[in-house]
Ligand binder design. Structure first.
Ligand code: HSE
Length: 341
């Protein structure tokens, strides 16, 4: 399987690390032979139609910009040019999130579809703004679109609901889907630090998005709610359909009051009937959803299997890259069995 990697930040580097390591190990057991034939970054690309070797992938981590690589570098070559001109089966799109117009990821994904390439993305922007249209476009072009890493990082929340709960009826979903806000609320509740202090710690620790409003105003959670609603509950919604409140107004006093009742405040994303929402709500500390720190958790309320809660790390380069590998294997499996879904 020939892969074009678009975006070379934390997740992109995680993808090259995993594929470099795994291509010499177990991945071959699945009859899956991944080759990264190009990496496109903001200022150029590296291209080797025969596949970049694990040694080259390792060396590229120290090369800035990657397009200065003397063997395979193409300074100034854009991601769109790479997607158009390099032969590959899959584009892995891991550029930074933009929820204003979803660019450049949206153009990368549509170009990939139009050139007959499957897409694996961890980018929430295009899905939050145009998921119904994108899934239709993928179907129209007879290619797969996979996005496991957009919700829950490496924790397989989308697959759990789609595969493990197949046949059941998911009535509603509630989730703590943003690690940064959960870290902030946990610090405020347990260590009584102020909102500002907790936010600045989250930024220092690298949890928060580049633009912290994405996290604290609930946009990131809302993007994930859109993805869950469309993929798991067959809705056709976008970001504007989510009723959203962030955590700016949550005070130490409110958390103290909640704690007297053995509750705490959590930023919860939910889908129930036609309502998709993000807001801070009081949750009993005994609720399985009530995880601490940067953990994420999601509960699926089902007709037959009851309440099912999945907990795990919701972010991180290597964790999210593991979701990319999972998606690549899924595409490989679908192609092998020729079952287009
Ligand atoms: N900023 C996000 C979070 C990253 O804190 O959960 C993962 O989407």
């Amino acid at each position: 399987m020939r892969i074009i990697l678009v975006g070379y930040g934390t997740v992109g580097k995680g993808v090259t690390s995993i594929l470099a390591r795994r291509c010499t190990e177990k991945v071959k057991d699945y009859g899956f032979n991944p080759k990264i034939v190009a990496i496109a970054d903001i200022d150029g690309a590296v291209v080797n139609p025969r596949g970049l070797s694990p040694e080259k992938l390792e060396a590229l981590k120290q090369t800035r910009p990657i397009s200065s690589d003397p063997e395979f570098g193409h300074p100034g070559m854009s991601a769109l040019d790479v997607i158009e001109s390099v032969e590959a089966e899959v584009v892995v799109e891991v550029t930074p999130v933009n929820i204003k117009n979803a660019e450049p990821a949206l153009s990368h994904i549509t170009k990939a579809f139009k050139t007959g390439k499957h897409v694996v993305t961890t980018n929430k922007g295009p899905l939050a703004l145009a998921m119904p249209a994108l899934t239709e476009l993928a179907e129209f072009n007879n290619v797969f679109l996979r996005f496991s890493g957009t919700v829950g990082g490496g924790t397989p929340m989308l697959e759990f609901a789609k595969r493990c709960l197949a046949g059941d009826h998911i009535r509603s979903i509630q989730g703590i889907l943003n690690g940064t806000t959960n870290y902030i609320l946990t610090e405020m509740a347990q260590n009584h630090v102020t909102f500002q202090e907790a936010l600045s710690n989250a930024q220092k620790l690298g949890y928060a998005e580049r633009e912290p409003s994405m996290d604290i105003d609930g946009f990131d959670t809302a993007c994930k709610v859109v993805i869950l609603a469309n993929w798991i509950m067959n809705k056709k919604i976008t970001l504007k359909d989510v009723d959203r409140t962030g955590i700016r107004e949550v005070s130490l006093q409110e958390l103290g009051e909640a704690s007297k009742k053995n509750n705490t405040l959590k930023l919860v994303g939910s889908i129930d009937g036609d309502t998709a929402a993000v807001k801070p709500i009081e949750v009993p500390v005994t609720n399985p959803l009530c995880v601490s720190g940067v953990l994420n958790a999601v509960t699926f309320f089902t007709e037959y299997a009851g309440e099912q809660t999945l907990i795990g790390a919701g972010a991180g380069g290597i964790e999210t890259a593991s979701a990319v590998l999972r998606d690549l294997l899924d595409i490989r499996h679908k192609l092998a069995t020729k079952l287009l879904s």
